[in-house]
Write a protein that binds this ligand. Structure first.
Ligand code: NAP
Ligand code: GLV
Length: 313
């Protein structure tokens, strides 16, 4: 069995040994420009179009991340790029759900307990107790109730504020009010104080964090975007912060990454920025999951995490 790698991902720079050790029955090689030799499986993160040239016999392509927007974007731009009969498989959790829950909980609690405002008061040497946000109306809405969103919603529910979730198909999660489908979107948004985005980036969801969405939230709401920069209409965020519809935003992902040095988000007092690190691809967990799935496919078994290319995630 032949396994082809394209792993420029910082966490995977030296992953040939990891895969060779975890899958000794495979011949593992890194792809180099011009390599069109046969391969049964591929493991890749944001590969160039040339990576897929002449690979119609490939059985599965494993995306080294949860979001497959880059691979599907390549396919939309150059139809026929992805191997015709290959499964496209994404990472499922591999330690990312716990990291997302930490990141999002930290941001939600920072806003609920007004820690940003206390930091500003400290800078002015001011001893002043702020009126706390009432827990009962500090409603958090999680967009996307998949592997990551469902876990984040469950962890947030343990803090006792009202939690809502939104997905395409109906869900039932203990402690979470679940809404599904376009017809329930406005009801989901109405009165939400913190909007957390964990949707995949698809033609249906790109631009969903826009002025119309913000206008339906509670006045002075907060935004936490940990999914993709393509979801956010950047000028709409700046306007919503300027007119008070939003109080603040925590952003981990951006339309252009790294965020350009002159970008207005860097110095905006209401925006907290992290460099796309809310949930790292963990090396060992990811290699183990991919190897387990390759072996299952070799035995003719069904695996989970297969991307529906039409749906876009
Ligand atoms: P997932 O398991 O595929 O879950 C996606 C969720 O979004 C599902 O609940 C799905 O609904 C819902 N959804 C998709 N399209 C929708 C639409 N048009 N309307 C309403 N709901 C829709 O994905 P995941 O593993 O949780 O990951 C989510 C995203 O997080 C990834 O795609 C990636 O972009 C991002 N991510 C970011 C980082 C980071 O470090 N910042 C790390 C990992 C992942 P159904 O359940 O009904 O299908
Ligand atoms: C990271 O952004 C991922 O999609 O796994």
């Amino acid at each position: 069995m032949k396994l082809l790698l394209y792993t420029q991902h910082p966490r995977f720079a030296a992953s040939l040994d990891d895969f060779s050790q975890a899958l000794p029955e495979a011949e593992v090689r890194h792809w180099q420009p011009g390599d069109t030799a046969p391969a049964d499986f591929a493991v890749a993160w944001r590969p160039p179009q040339a990576f897929f040239l002449g690979r119609d016999d490939m059985r599965a392509v494993f995306n080294l991340g949860a979001g497959v927007d880059a691979m599907l974007g390549l396919e939309r731009e150059h139809p026929g790029t992805l191997p015709k009969h290959a499964l496209l498989v994404r990472l499922e959790d591999t330690g990312m759900a716990a990291q997302m829950a930490e990141y999002v909980s930290h941001a939600v609690l920072r806003y609920m307990r007004r820690f940003d405002e206390y930091a500003r008061l400290q800078a002015e040497h001011q001893w002043h107790v702020l009126e706390p946000h009432p827990r009962a109306t500090f409603t958090v809405g999680v967009l996307g109730l998949g592997v990551l969103g469902a876990h984040v919603a469950k962890v947030l529910a343990s803090f006792g504020m009202p939690i809502r979730g939104f997905s395409r198909s109906p869900k039932y999660i203990d402690g979470v009010d679940c809404y599904a489908g376009d017809s329930q979107f406005d009801t989901f948004l109405h009165g939400v104080k913190v909007l957390v985005n964990l949707l995949p980036s698809t033609p249906d969801t790109d631009g969903i964090l826009n002025a119309h969405t913000f206008a339906k939230l509670a006045p002075g709401a907060y935004l936490i975007n940990v999914a993709r920069g393509a979801h956010l209409v950047e000028n709409d965020l700046l306007n919503a912060l300027a007119n008070g519809q939003l109080s603040a935003a925590t952003l981990d992902v951006f339309q252009q990454e790294p965020l350009p040095v002159q970008h207005p988000f860097w110095s905006h007092p209401g925006i907290a920025i992290t460099p796309h690190c809310s949930a790292d691809t963990l090396r060992n967990e990811s290699v183990q999951q991919i190897v387990r799935k390759i072996r299952a496919l070799m035995r003719g078994e069904i695996i989970s995490g297969i991307v529906d290319i039409e749906r876009g995630y």
